[in-house]
Design a protein around this ligand. Structure first.
Ligand code: NAD
Length: 260
């Protein structure tokens, strides 16, 4: 029996990285999937590769930008139309922005990071919570970051948006716990996804692999995390096994955030 057998799970940013890895793990656990991404080609490819591994998986895909409130309402409505309910929401889509010191940061990029990472996460909860309230059941997993717990050099809007995600998670927990809705966030450290590969290119354009090796060396486990390791944690938090954890931001970083 899968941990998410017949649970309707929405995943944003599902076309690659942590969203895709979690979609695979949710499919393995029997979920009925509603996958969202703004990259139509990659989303279609993700659907195809999930079905290759799990031919019985049920998948609805919707191309949507999570920073567009109308598009968010639409993906929520379409999910309810197809499956009749929403049991779990992995509120994952996010971007890093360009790295630069705070005073030099490009304001347009700053606003874009906030639009996607903060407002996009908020819109998702705004439209999904009422559906979960009617069911008196729901599990929400927001994606913060170690940058939602600590500062990260040259990433001011990212850090600001991820602290906000952690804050919204606490508020949702306080406001909707009585409705059977448990809301938590995860705070990944460096997990090897396309986003992190891009970050290492910015840290050391001449030798991104060196930046990656240095980062791994600073970690207590001497390695970076894997997307499937995040998928396993998220599936637990989206499942009924998660029954009394609410409002927490859970680091998945090999222990690195305990260091200073
Ligand atoms: P990624 O860039 O590898 O994948 C992100 C996915 O989200 C892509 O498929 C992209 O098309 C999609 N996406 C981006 N903006 C979108 C939007 N506005 N609307 C719809 N889809 C959108 O990134 P990732 O590493 O998988 O990161 C996923 C989440 O995890 C992000 O919120 C990120 O901040 C967070 N995170 C990642 C790490 C890490 O180490 N990888 C660490 C901390 C936090």
């Amino acid at each position: 029996m899968g941990k998410l057998k017949d649970k309707v799970i929405i995943i944003t940013g599902a076309a690659m990285g942590l969203g895709y890895a979690t979609a695979l793990e949710a499919a393995r656990n029997g979920a009925l999937l509603s996958l969202i991404d703004y990259n139509a080609d990659l989303l279609a490819k993700a659907e195809k590769t999930i079905l290759e591994q799990y031919p019985d998986a049920k998948i609805l895909t919707t191309v949507a930008d999570v920073s567009d409130e109308t598009a968010v309402k639409k993906y929520v409505d379409e999910t309810v139309k197809k499956y009749g309910r929403i049991d779990g929401f992995y509120n994952n889509a996010g971007i890093e922005g360009r790295q630069a010191p705070m005073a030099d940061y490009d304001v347009d990029i700053f606003k874009k990071v906030i639009d996607i990472n903060l407002l996009g996460v908020y819109y998702g909860m705004r439209y999904i919570i009422p559906v979960m309230q009617k069911q008196n059941y729901g599990r929400i997993v927001n994606v913060a970051s170690v940058g939602g717990i600590r500062g990260v050099l040259n990433q001011t809007p990212y850090v600001a948006s991820k602290h906000a995600v952690s804050g919204m998670t606490k508020n949702a927990a306080l406001e909707y716990g009585r409705d059977g809705i448990l809301t938590n966030a995860i705070a990944p450290g460096a997990i090897l996804t396309p986003m992190v590969a891009e970050a290492f290119k910015q840290v050391n354009p001449a030798d991104p692999k060196k930046a990656e090796a240095e980062y791994a060396q600073a970690n207590p486990t001497k390695r970076l995390g894997l997307p499937e390791e995040v998928g396993k944690l998220v599936v637990f938090l989206l499942s009924e096994d998660c029954s009394y954890v609410n409002g927490q931001t859970i680091a998945i970083d090999g222990g690195q955030s305990n260091s200073y």
